[in-house]
Ligand binder design. Structure first.
Ligand code: FAD
Length: 258
């Protein structure tokens, strides 16, 4: 079974996020990391490969430095990495991103495409839906348990009220939640071995994407202005001199919250 895992490099959790007032885009110049639920998606792909055999390929659209994060997936055990990297893709919104990612996936012809549920920078939780629509494949999101049986999958999908159990024929797209597994840490052997695994950087043209369908020209949304959140005016700072607990209770009582 061939499994493609879509992953994204996001700003590391320790990096203060800043929107560039000139481009209106997120400043991605600081330390990057593999998006957290994408690590769960890689782990799930590796478990499925261990059970059913096959290949795990990680696929991403991003700047060349995103390969650093893809290498973490290789160190965990993925077989190869494909990074679509092209200046023309800068400024791609969801519509343009989903087009380029779907084209890269078409080239892979995977039986199963895994996504993380949500990226910690864009927070859209929507790319998998857009990509599955472009690929015309069934899609199950928020999956907390996944099994493959012959030519179909069954996903236990977390909802507000419990679980939905959904089956779909392969090839299909699945977005996993962070409850699905406990990702392994890359071993030293895995980290060293990752360096020699295939790491392909391809252009938009290589995956059949017309440059004008990505970047700002291919995007349907425009960010017209960005601004930091307004400071909250009713903040109260309580220093703990031994009476902080009482003061907090007094404050909450004043607000009629206790
Ligand atoms: C006007 C505008 C301009 C933008 N310009 C840029 C830009 O210049 N550079 C930039 O990086 N982003 C840019 N973005 C953000 C970009 O469109 C989103 O990152 C992208 O659409 C994915 O959305 P998300 O981050 O909300 O991911 P979600 O929908 O929350 O992600 C869900 C899952 O999709 C997968 N995934 C997400 N992104 C990728 C990816 N790139 N490759 C492979 N898999 C992925 C991961 O598995 C992830 O867990 C821009 C957005 C707008 C609106």
């Amino acid at each position: 079974m061939k499994i493609a895992v879509c992953v994204k490099q996001v700003p590391d959790a320790t990096v203060h996020k800043r929107l560039d007032p000139g481009t209106h885009r997120l400043d991605r110049s600081g330390e990057g990391a593999l998006n957290a639920t994408d690590v769960n998606a890689v782990e799930e792909a590796l478990r499925l490969k261990e059970a059913h055999g096959g290949e795990v390929v990680v696929v991403s659209l991003g700047p060349e430095r995103a390969m650093e994060s893809l290498r973490k997936a290789l160190a965990m055990g993925a077989d190869r990495a494909v990074l679509v990297s092209d200046e023309a893709a800068a400024g791609s919104d969801l519509v343009a991103t989903s087009y380029a990612v779907a084209k890269a996936l078409e080239r892979e012809e995977a039986d199963l495409v895994l996504f993380g549920q949500q990226a910690s920078d864009g927070d859209g939780a929507v790319l998998w839906a857009a990509v599955s629509d472009r690929l015309r494949r069934p899609m199950v999101s928020q999956v907390a348990e996944l099994t493959i049986d012959g030519g179909s999958l069954t996903g236990k999908r977390q909802t507000e009220f419990g679980y939905d159990v959904i089956s779909a024929p392969l090839p299909a797209v699945v977005a996993v939640s962070d409850a699905i597994n406990e990702p392994r840490y890359p071993s030293l052997k895995g980290i060293m071995g990752a360096k020699s695994k295939p790491q392909e950087v391809v252009s938009l043209a290589d995956v059949g994407v017309e440059a004008e369908r990505t970047g700002e020209t291919g995007s349907r949304t425009t960010v017209r202005a960005v601004a930091p959140p307004a400071p909250k005016s009713d903040q109260v700072r309580i220093e703990d001199d031994g009476s902080a607990a009482e003061k907090i209770v007094e404050y909450l009582a004043e607000k009629r919250l206790v």
